[in-house]
Design a protein around this ligand. Structure first.
Ligand code: HEC
Length: 374
């Protein structure tokens, strides 16, 4: 792009000097050409895409007018046009220099970090190769999310891996002053929220045998809720730019970025993380907030209750969700499995069980009547 800028610059420069040389009586024609230059300079395209060329297209007609008023030879114009070129490149360079200093600060603030020794590795016992259809479907949906373009990751990539490109773009020498992709504090920061558990805890635990069957007509809603929770907790943009396990920039500990509450029928009461990696035995983190790893590392934990123990055993065998229901109260355990993205930090293989969400839910209103066959 820098080359394109230079090409444009030389075309403009030589045209302007040709005019100065060839036209003895520049009159109307010159005015016309001046207007064309002005149009080019003013046209947002040139100015936005090649800022120095935009400036030059503005300065050259002005220089032509100045030169004409002096009634001196074309050499003077050559001098004037060169000065105009220097100024046209100097203007974006000043702002570019300031931006470079900003990038250096951002690089120091969000350096490459190694996840070695920090991200807990998956345990061999988490491997289960016969995943249920529902688990495979959910993994596929998770894959689709992780394959979505991750703008924050891309901005970190540019900050660390493409400093030459950033320099060139930002000095305005080429296309790509695509503002959202220029690293800045605002497009790199992730607001760390503490979201309170939305409802009271269901105190009755009991073994699954003491609960009834889940309300079948709500199956789609349970599924959706668990999808939403995984996405909110493990939003790919919160990982930052993950080049490999030893080079991660901008990683924000897993945390809920929003409350998963889209369901028309289900009210989320509490959602706890069942950790399978950081502790010897599976533990449930206890917090007044929806799980956020920076807080949970120091939070109290409890062992699994009878419902969770039975449900977890089923997830470990490859199941996806385990749900029981009793007079409008629902308990659900949902598997958090590894996608390819997670493997970079947590090791193991796609599909391994890394954790689970333990939900307590209430039915908001009358559940929908299941469609009956006529
Ligand atoms: C860039 C590295 C990285 C990526 C990618 C990553 N994690 Fe993590 N994960 C961590 C770290 C580090 C921790 C430990 C807590 C901390 O320090 O924030 C962790 C903790 C966890 C925990 C809690 C473990 C426990 O026992 O408490 C779960 C569950 C988890 N990750 C699941 C996932 C899943 C699922 C994915 C993929 C969708 C994923 N992680 C992707 C770095 C990563």
């Amino acid at each position: 792009m820098f080359v394109t800028s230079l090409v444009f610059t030389s075309v403009l420069l030589s045209t302007a000097n040709l005019i100065a040389h060839k036209l003895k009586y520049p009159g109307r024609m010159m005015l016309g050409l001046c207007l064309i230059f002005l149009f080019l300079g003013g046209s947002g395209f040139l100015a936005a895409v090649f800022p120095p060329v935009g400036w030059l297209a503005l300065f050259l007609p002005v220089s032509l007018l100045i030169w004409k008023s002096t009634r001196r030879g074309p050499r003077l114009f050559l001098g004037l046009s060169l000065v105009a070129t220097v100024v046209a490149f100097a203007i974006p360079s000043v702002s570019g220099y300031r931006a470079e200093q900003g990038f250096a600060r951002l690089r120091a603030r969000y350096p490459f970090e190694s996840m070695e020794g920090r991200s807990p590795l998956v345990k061999a016992s988490a491997r289960e190769h016969s995943l249920s259809r529902a688990s495979l479907d959910r993994l596929e949906r998770q894959d689709q999310v992780s394959e979505r373009w991750n703008r924050r990751g891309e901005v970190f990539r540019r900050l660390h891996e493409d400093s030459v490109g950033l320099f060139v773009r930002n000095f305005g020498f080429g296309v790509g002053r695509m503002i959202p992709l220029i690293p800045s504090e605002s497009n790199l920061k992730i607001a760390g929220l503490s979201i309170l558990q939305p409802g009271p805890r269901i105190t009755r635990t009991g073994s699954p045998g003491e609960w009834g069957q889940p309300i079948a007509s709500l199956m789609g809603e349970y599924d959706q809720l668990h999808d939403d929770s995984i996405i909110e907790f493990l939003e790919p943009r919160s990982f930052g730019y993950v080049k490999d396990r030893n080079h991660v920039a901008g990683f924000t500990p897993h945390q809920f970025l929003g409350l998963p509450d889209r369901s028309e029928w289900l009210k989320l009461q509490t959602l706890d993380l069942v950790g399978l990696l950081l502790h010897e035995e599976p533990r449930v983190y206890v917090s007044e907030n929806l799980p956020r790893m920076d807080e949970l590392r120091a939070a109290p934990t409890r062992p699994l209750d009878p419902f969770e123990s039975v449900a977890l055993a089923s997830l470990q065998r490859g199941e996806d969700l385990w749900i029981v229901s009793d007079s409008g109260n629902i308990r659900m355990l949902g598997a958090i499995r590894s996608t390819k993205q997670c493997v970079v930090c947590h090791g193991g293989e796609r599909g391994d069980l890394l954790g689970a969400f333990s939900y307590t839910l209430a039915v908001k209103d009358e559940p929908p009547v299941p469609a009956t066959e006529q």
